[in-house]
Design a protein. Structure first.
Length: 153
């Protein structure tokens, strides 16, 4: 059954997605980042090229010829589905096919509307019996964004 982690109280969902992608790469875990649309996919693509000073986060779109060999996929559609390890949802809705993944990561910003939509997704998953965990990245003992650990086995 898909394990679901909510990471809450983040300033930037896209920058947190990059942090999670970097940690996934460190651990050899494949990550699919589901964006809302082409514009967000493009923004995240640019951010992944500049996120780290001395490197970039290798990534492609789902339909790219190298998708099967690339550890991070960034797209607003995942057809074809290149893998089923970790899905990071940047949309406001429950992602289709999420239950095919081993893990699902939800990122929740400080925005009240975003928080409300995330509560709806939490309820959806909870009512269906999925194992849920919540991580407040604003708490000092969590270490902020550096404490993000959604991709470890």
């Amino acid at each position: 059954m898909t394990r679901i982690d909510f990471y809450a109280n983040v300033e930037s969902r896209e920058r947190t997605a990059c942090t999670i992608a970097a940690k996934a790469l460190e651990r050899g875990v494949r990550l699919l980042v589901l964006t809302t649309d082409e514009a967000q996919s493009d923004r995240l693509d640019r951010l992944m090229w500049t996120f780290a000073q001395l490197s970039f986060l290798p990534h492609v779109r789902a339909a790219h010829p190298l998708a099967a060999q690339t550890p991070v996929i960034v797209d607003h559609a995942f057809d074809p589905l290149p893998h089923d390890e970790v899905l990071l949802n940047l949309t406001d809705a429950t992602p289709p096919l999420f239950s095919r993944f081993e893990r699902l990561v939800e990122i929740v910003s400080l925005d009240p509307d975003d928080r409300q939509r995330a509560r709806g997704r939490w309820r959806f998953y909870s009512e269906r019996g999925y194992p849920l965990a919540s991580h407040d990245l604003a708490k000092p003992e969590r270490g902020g964004a550096a404490a993000v650990r959604p991709v470890a086995g």
